[in-house]
Design a protein around this ligand. Structure first.
Ligand code: SF4
Length: 381
């Protein structure tokens, strides 16, 4: 059975526009389950086309668990709960470790530790490093095997290992997994994923209460990476050799998003075909993270993974804008194109139209994502 977080996310509009004040629909879903946000905060859920989702969300919230349902156990030193000889062979060890998202011992665990969708995106990028990798977004469960050794990752942050050579190998594996998977960690105080928090430039009201900054078991979450200026030269300085191909891919995605937006505004048909480029770029970043060669810059590299997610949702949004532009009048179309034009400059912010028209509101929501991305990238060149 799916976790409550997966079911809640499935019942949101899955547009990730941020008009509710939260960075994406998954964070909104986590906020409404514990009454931190009203369903009405999402303007799209007021539209007739989303009425069934709204009813489903209300039903999930009415059956939501108590805030005090589960309390956080003590966080073990370095994340290691135990290591001991395997039951079937003394020559290998088994271990249980825990990725920490900052929740204090004895306080309620509100959201689990990992966002299951981000967890599986990151687990998928570990495929070249293992013989077999599987991950279920519904169950929030991942598994990675190499030879007879197996690692399981659970949504609550536990990482179990079987048939590992020795304790040192356990720690090396855990550090590698945590460097990659920390991007899927969810802040226990606000329910936002770390990738969104890193990219946010509007942190100040929450900054002191983001317990995620106390998180990380074998690494420190570098708070100075939050809202950092995303400049090409800044990443080049970290390692031009390792990061050059990644930076070139981001240049290419910027160019293609601009060109594709121009085509959409001119009502030309356009094939985006960027999925592979996004996947390959994420893979390259995870390869650097897994190798640990830029260990001190791990959290900064997660900022780039966050940017790739923004590209993914922006291209999906552009496709939706193209669809809705075809359905509206010329007059409305020019207004909508104006939003997209501003989105490409990164300045379509806090300017929600008083729109009841479904097509127009959806175009605005999708243009907001493009605006947010170009806002993050305003210092890129
Ligand atoms: S406002 Fe946007 S991000 Fe927030 S829940 Fe609605 S669709 Fe998702």
């Amino acid at each position: 059975m799916s976790s409550i977080w997966t079911r809640t996310w499935k019942a949101t509009p899955k547009v990730d526009c941020g008009l509710c004040g939260l960075p994406n629909c998954a964070s909104f879903g986590r906020a409404i389950v514990f009454g931190e946000c009203e369903i009405e905060a999402c303007p799209l859920l007021r539209l007739n086309g989303f009425a069934s989702l709204k009813a489903e969300l209300k039903s999930i919230c009415s059956r939501a668990p108590s805030r005090r349902a589960k309390l956080a156990p003590e966080q073990p030193e370095g994340g290691v709960l135990f290591t001991r000889p395997c039951k079937d062979t003394d020559e290998k060890v088994m271990a249980e470790l825990r990725v920490f998202n900052g929740v204090k011992t004895g306080e309620p665990i509100l959201f689990g530790v990992f966002d299951p969708r981000i967890l599986c995106e990151l687990m998928d990028c570990l495929k070249p490093h293992f013989d077999l990798v599987k991950c279920s977004r519904d169950l929030g469960y991942g598994r990675a095997d190499v030879g007879e050794m197996s690692i399981t990752v659970l949504q609550d942050g536990r990482i179990n290992m079987r048939r590992v050579d020795d304790k040192e190998a356990v720690m090396r594996l855990f550090e590698r997994m945590e460097r990659v998977l920390i991007g899927a960690a969810v802040c226990n105080s606000c329910g936002r994923d770390l990738l969104s928090i890193l990219l946010s430039d509007r942190l100040s009201p929450h900054e002191d209460s983001h317990v995620i900054f106390d998180g990380g078991s074998s690494l420190d979450i570098d708070k100075s990476a939050v809202g950092m200026k995303l400049t090409r030269s800044g990443f080049s300085k970290l390692s031009d050799t390792l990061l050059a191909p990644i930076l070139v891919s981001i240049d290419s995605l910027i160019e293609r998003l601009r060109e594709s937006s121009e085509s959409v505004m001119n009502k030309q048909s356009v094939e985006f075909e960027v999925d592979n480029l996004i996947l390959e770029t994420r893979q390259k970043i995870v390869d650097v993270l897994a190798a640990g060669t830029l260990e001190n810059a791990s959290i900064r590299l997660h900022c780039l993974i966050g940017v790739l997610r923004e590209f993914e949702i922006s291209f999906a949004g552009l496709s939706e804008i193209s669809y809705h532009l075809d359905k509206i009048s010329e007059e409305r179309s020019s207004k909508a194109i104006g939003w997209l034009t501003r989105g490409l400059k990164g300045d379509l912010l806090e300017d929600m139209p008083d729109e009841e028209d479904e097509d127009m509101l959806l175009i605005f929501a999708h243009a907001m994502k493009i605006s947010r991305l170009f806002g993050f990238l305003k210092d890129w060149t």
